[in-house]
Design a protein. Sequence first.
Length: 591
Amino acid sequence: MILLYIVLFHFSCSKDTDLLTDYVLSETQDTIDISNVAVDDSFQVFSNTAMVLDVLSNDTFENPEEVSITETSTPINGTVVINDDNTLTYTPNAEVTEQVAEGEVVDTFTYNTEAPDTNGSTLPDTGSVIIKAGVDGNHLFSAQAKKTLKARFENGYVTGPGFADEITRAINDSEIFLANPSEFRPQFSNVNTIAFEGQNLHTTALYAYAIDNIEMANTVITEILGIVSSNDLNTSFWNNSSSIRWDSDFGGWILCGKAKKMLDSYELLENLQTVLTESEKEEIEIWFSKFAELAYTAVRMRLEGYLGANWETNGIRSFKPEGLYPAEHGKPNPIQDKLGNDLTEFTMSWAQDSFNNRNFDIVQYIHSYAISTSNEAMEIWAREFVKNWLKFATFPDGTMAEMWRNTDDAPAKGVWYGWISTGAVIEMAHVDAMANHFPNDKLYDYKTKEGILKGSTNLTSSGYAGSSTTDGVSDKSILGVIKALSKYYRSSDNGGWNDIRFYKSENGLTLTTLDATGYTQPSSITAIANLYFKDNELKDFYLYNINEGYPAKASISAGALAIAQYNEDYGPWGNLIMGAAWLEQEDNFFD
């Protein structure tokens, strides 16, 4: 009896066939001392894809050229054909695999073989094939969400007035990428070059993933291999990069954003592509590993100088640098009332800068890598970074320390930067929930009343200079931070802050309302969070429901790599790929 297992993942959707000889895992069971032995096999196959199964490739027949597969039974959920070369082609039924969500669809069939024995007689045997249908292993999309994404790429999708047509843009940009894949290849070095057009690789990856286009996937994967091969991380610069500030000196945070999107693109297409050899896959994965280790080593060392050794396991033991946030970099008192008086409950400290948006861009890559490789130490470290951000850089009402970014020319810049940091947090919380490595301690569910008190000396030597980040009563959470950011788009009559919080100019002569309308109006960050929270208030916000006091949606170009090219829901920072992939998908995640 030959027992053949085929694991059918709900991932690709192509009519192309692929010989799987290279993927046979050769799981030998009991060894029988005869000249003709059929060895049990295990294959990995992907849904809706016709696959050629070379079931005889690892068997030990004395005269393999004389072995034949004579017949098969009829599977229930697919079709099987005997090929002239004694392979089998199995094609799953689309209506079955389209139903795959969380769980498995099982199909079985048998096949008969004939082989001559040493006496010239015919030796028959029967094999059983078990086909299991499951979901793919990426931590971004569920199977049902992928179906919706596929429909959007095929039929078009614009959420509503004011929203960009990101689907059409992605399709058009894929043509640009496919015409010259290496044109905007990034340079990872001390003089990094990250062109905003490089975003096309990642939206093309998303497009290929959604519609299961193997040819497109192969082009994307080949370019990822090209990026890796042309960016050696074993140079003197990288070997000494732990002594360099990744959040300022060479754009390390931008490189981490790029690496994050490369990793996402690779994982979306890894099981769809057909071009990589095993050694090439290993080369790519070693590169991601090396870059994660470099970033982790550098940022971990730096943060330990500010927060104490092993702060992620021992708790924060110090909070440095001491003093207020330096005026030359931002405003330690960035929020005023309508009379121009400082709201002293929001005095920002220098130590809070450890939780700045640039560090979040770095940490989110480390976290994503840790999730994909089950690196528990890195994952815990990154999760604790988020938790301590809530404790020490978030105030009781959800206000973020990033408000120190407010300036005369952009009074609501702190809101914009708040979205950048929160975007990274949401991305981390999303993959945290999808991976479910901590089912009883998801980042989305985390709440804390902990913080630091103004004037306290338990973490500082001269007394903490900033405002207290705890009132001992209020829970702080990711949900609370998002809702706090939403308040800069509504008046106090609608529960908002944009008519009661102000920014006072440096010369003290001008008061400007802290209204983010028309300056930054993202949707995808909140939409991703709402996949988990399923909160009607959040949906009203990201759809900019004017009946709830929000402004109409405005599509705004923003981001370090996307100035005037991509709107802010297009993921220029690396924490997102494209807003249209996430909007109104609440029914497709976290049932």
